[in-house]
Design a protein around this ligand. Structure first.
Ligand code: NI
Length: 274
């Protein structure tokens, strides 16, 4: 959610900030030049090839049961800068941090959150969801996600689509469930009875090095990759301290989840303690 006390200074124009407030997302913001974008793409391809972080549960498949012998449908690496520290020295990192400060306030942090590889030909769709459905129900989160295209990103290879909604008007979380109602899948989706909310979706194709920005409560989705080229997205995440909710809120879909990734993360912790 936008911090109203924050002066509107930074890389975004006043019109972009206004659009973000009115719609909960921004469609196309330039973050990197082409040469830096190519370098970032190569670094991410390398860590996907190496399946960096898999043993500690930081590389996993969002859309399937995530078994080790299975071809990933929607492969994700958490905190990619841990495995590719060159990312921290980019103009992208500087510019994204300035945007986070502009939209959320100078005390907000910005980090490299995850990278997603949607393989050519069979990369699964990302169903409609709110990011905040993944997080603690105990607070109202003040966050944004910057989704950066590392090739031209189109409807055909799975660009993001958003449902416009003014910031702050809606901090409700709609009912979610695990993808396909399968508690072993990591990803979440809106339940069928909530799908009436999906109206007037705006698809946001991006050029290489450009990004969309969306609030943690904004409904969004992405299509399958129907091309024969891999589609990579990199997500930076901005966050201020959340505000505790006064009314108790439960997310039964989080309690129902039992994923192979959580099992690997748990056994990594046990190994550390041993
Ligand atoms: Ni999301």
């Amino acid at each position: 959610m936008l911090n109203s006390e924050t002066p509107c200074e930074g890389p975004l124009t006043a019109d972009q900030v206004e659009f973000y407030k009115l719609n909960g997302f921004l469609g196309s913001v330039e973050l990197m030049d082409q040469s830096e974008a190519h370098m970032v793409r190569e670094e991410l391809l390398r860590i996907f090839r190496e399946r960096a972080g898999r043993e500690v549960g930081e590389q996993f498949d969002l859309a399937s049961h995530d078994d080790d012998d299975q071809q990933p449908l929607l492969s994700q690496i958490m905190y990619p800068a841990k495995y590719a520290p060159r990312l921290l020295e980019t103009k992208l990192a500087t510019r994204a941090t300035a945007i986070v400060h502009q939209l959320l306030g100078a005390d907000a942090e910005c980090r490299f959150e995850h990278a997603i590889l949607k393989p050519g030909g069979y990369g699964a769709a990302t169903p409609w969801h709110q990011d905040a459905a993944y997080w603690s129900p105990a607070e109202v989160h003040r966050t944004l996600s910057i989704w950066i295209a590392l090739q031209e990103t189109t409807v055909e290879n799975g660009c993001l689509c958003f449902i416009p909604n003014p910031l702050g008007s809606e901090v409700e979380i709609y009912n979610h469930r695990s993808i396909g109602n399968d508690p072993r899948a990591h990803g979440l989706e809106l339940t069928p009875d909530e799908m009436h909310r999906v109206n007037d979706a705006v698809a946001c194709p991006l050029r290489l090095g450009y990004a969309t920005i969306h609030d943690g409560y904004t409904l969004h989705a992405a299509g399958a990759n129907q091309t024969d080229q891999d589609r990579i997205g990199l997500v930076l995440f901005g966050k201020r301290a959340g505000v505790p909710r006064t009314v108790r809120y439960d997310f039964p879909w989080l309690e129902a989840r039992r994923t192979a990734r959580a099992d690997r993360a748990a056994s990594a912790v046990e190994r550390d303690l041993a």
